[in-house]
Design a protein around this ligand. Sequence first.
Ligand SMILES: Cc1cc2nc3c(=O)[nH]c(=O)nc-3n(C[C@H](O)[C@H](O)[C@H](O)COP(=O)(O)O)c2cc1C
Length: 192
Amino acid sequence: MSDEIIIAGIGGSLRKESYNAFLLRESARLMPEGSALKIIDISSLPMFNADRIGSRSEVVDAFRESIRSCHGLLFATPEYNYSIPGFLKNAIDVASIPSSTSPFRNRAAGIISASQGHFGGMRAQYHLRQVLVYLEVIPLARPEFFVHDARSKFGSDGMIVDEELRERLRKYLDTLVTFTRKVSGDILESGQ
Ligand SMILES: Cc1cc2nc3c(=O)[nH]c(=O)nc-3n(C[C@H](O)[C@H](O)[C@H](O)COP(=O)(O)O)c2cc1C
């Protein structure tokens, strides 16, 4: 891996006009110098079935490899019924097995969420944090990043129309990249 910090962007919504997908795309545009966001398409991953453990799947292998080849992760997730969408949980489950070669271990991660409601997806974020603990992902604790009332924050082209939000996202990404640089540097130094 080069000095450039590469973050894998994983979205939790299949919706064409997804605010969380908009958030990821805007993040790709706002990444600080010396870093890039690679948005990973998880829409064609199979449903996890433990009976198929050990059988090869090109799409799963490619997903695992795209996580492994990045320094850190950025999840942009909606909140469904106070949790993360099953679609996103399935993608995480699929990539996490076999656990001996899990690509998640020791990866830094940011979590952002957009919701049309007033709480900005915070309950989904806390559930996702719990899942990441088991996977030994190292989530950025603060700042937290929620977008409430998302409908009023994006234009029909998917761009953020709220200047304060764009600035907050830029700062969040700066912090995430600095954090990821530190976490991945510490891991390299410790030889893990
Ligand atoms: C099945 C389902 C459950 C939902 N549950 C919640 C919820 O618990 N809390 C919330 O704030 N919004 C909830 N919503 C609304 C979504 O967060 C909102 O539609 C959001 O814009 C979806 O994200 P997206 O724009 O990225 O597709 C739910 C939507 C669906 C379809």
